[in-house]
Design a protein around this ligand. Structure first.
Ligand code: GLN
Length: 475
């Protein structure tokens, strides 16, 4: 079976129409996952046993005429920081290498109810900290388009799995770009919904005020189908909400205004390939009749600094629970001293990037520095949020690059954290503001390295992004 051109709609059609069974689809994806994983390392674990039980269940329902869910038979990869009951959940960390989840994340319950088949747990930067998936304790993921290059991060395994047909769709988490940047690097679609649109119950918290679960697909409609299943208010996450969505009138593109923020198009920021590709995308929208308007997000220059204070602070508190007593594996050190247990457990279990962030986060929250760093960053965050609100008075959506560069080589930025952090320059402001954004591959780049463009929407206007994105795909 050729899975290259499969979409979620085609899977459902094929299963219901008797062209193939859920078991056949699952077998195909499991076999691709197993054959490609030794090279790409997209999965930390492949859940072969449960895959076939779940697929058999769908086939039984189809045979007996029962209704099946929106994602019946859809093979999916799940980032390994999202809990699946009874399965290992490592968050890409040595400290959780033996941890087994005791319950399902809300998104997993919803996916299972909708009939999705979970192929495996996707590799990721440790605790979602990174932009290249080189910070995984289980080895780096390779970009399926060019295996000498990174797939982006931190949801690099999810993006690579979809790009390499090791899954048809995937879930990731995005705190500062971790869905959108790997989607751009692997040539697939990745959506970070409005903060609050998807329950975070059962995703391991990195920075709770920024984290959001979202979907990957080969097409915008596939990413939307997964989003449609997992969205909505959850009593277990008080930040989740069922705000009504609104829709652009895409039947009349001249009624759509797309904003280009000056600060995202500063000459010399983009590599040549990215600049050309984004330029062409803007022209495509212009030709379709949409109005293009320049806008300003004046506080953008502070976004990276602001993010790397607030995120560090939240990381340092969220990761305190991995102390070898409440969670995580215990150091073998024989001692009665509690502090020694903590120190050796964390010292052995966490990687360098995680340690750097915990230390810096503790610093920015410490007495005397709290006001100078953390409190100030919160004020800047408000200004950044206001920038978006102002811009959205004049335009319906914003269009920007996702990353300043095409996928970089493995090892190119590992020794220079600042260079690595710079790859998030266009994605972190969106998390600070809490608005939705989608990363879509620029069309017509077959044989070249992928480039993604980003559409950013107003709060709760996630549907506008899917609508406009799929309109672009149809051009
Ligand atoms: N690359 C960013 C970081 O390292 C974003 C991570 C994320 O979104 N989880 O913080």
């Amino acid at each position: 079976m050729d899975t290259k051109d499969l979409t979620i709609a085609k899977v459902k059609e094929g299963i219901l129409g008797g062209d193939f069974s859920a078991k056949e689809i699952a077998a195909e994806y499991v076999s691709t996952a197993k054959s490609k994983n030794p090279e790409l390392n997209a999965y930390i674990s492949i859940l072969e046993e449960s895959v076939f039980d779940a697929a058999a269940d769908i086939d039984r329902k189809v045979a007996s005429g029962e209704t099946v869910g929106a994602l019946a038979g859809v093979p999916m990869a799940i980032k390994d920081n999202i809990l699946i009951k009874g399965e290992k959940c490592t968050a890409g960390s040595k400290i959780l290498s033996d941890y087994e989840a005791a319950y399902n994340a809300t998104v997993i319950t919803k996916l299972k109810e909708a009939g999705a088949i979970i192929i495996g747990k996707a590799n990721m930067d440790e605790f979602a900290m990174g932009s290249s998936t080189e910070n995984s304790a289980f080895g780096p993921v390779k970009n399926p388009i060019d295996i000498e290059r990174v797939p982006g991060g931190s949801s690099g395994g999810s993006a690579a799995a979809v790009a390499a047909d090791m899954a048809l769709a995937a879930l990731g988490s995005d705190t500062g770009g971790s869905i959108r940047q790997p989607a751009a690097f692997c040539g697939v679609v990745g959506m970070k919904p409005t903060y609050g649109k998807i329950s975070r119950f059962g995703v391991m918290a990195m920075a709770s005020s920024l984290d959001q679960i979202g979907s990957f697909g080969k097409t915008v409609r596939d990413a939307e189908a997964v989003y449609g299943v997992i969205k909505g208010k959850d009593k277990r996450d008080s930040t989740s909400s069922d705000e009504p969505e609104s829709f652009l009138n895409l039947g009349d593109m001249s009624s759509v205004t797309i904003g280009l923020p000056d600060e995202y198009f500063v000459p010399g920021t983009l590599d040549a390939d990215t600049e050309t590709a984004i330029g062409e995308t803007i022209k495509d929208f212009e030709r379709s009749g949409a109005k293009i308007k320049k806008v300003s997000l004046p506080h953008s220059k502070y976004a990276l600094a602001c993010y790397y204070i607030i995120m560090f602070a939240e990381v340092s508190t969220n990761l305190a629970r991995f102390d070898g007593i409440r969670y995580s594996r215990h150091s073998d050190l024989k001692t009665d001293d509690l502090l020694d247990i903590y120190l050796s457990t964390k010292g052995e279990g966490f990687g360098d990037e995680v340690k750097r962030r915990i230390i810096l986060g503790t610093f920015v929250l410490s007495s005397g520095y709290y006001d100078a760093y953390y409190a100030k960053a919160q004020k800047v965050r408000k200004l950044i949020k206001n920038d978006f609100a102002e811009a959205f008075k004049d335009v319906d959506v914003l269009l920007t690059p996702v990353s300043p560069t095409v996928p970089f080589k493995l090892g190119e930025k590992t020794e220079d954290p600042m260079a690595m952090y710079m790859s998030d320059i266009f994605t972190v402001p969106i998390n600070l503001a809490g608005v939705p954004a989608i990363s879509i591959p620029v069309a017509g780049r077959e044989g070249k390295l992928p480039v993604g463009f980003q559409l950013i929407g107003k709060h709760w206007h996630d549907s506008d992004l899917f609508g406009l994105g799929s309109y672009y795909e149809g051009l």
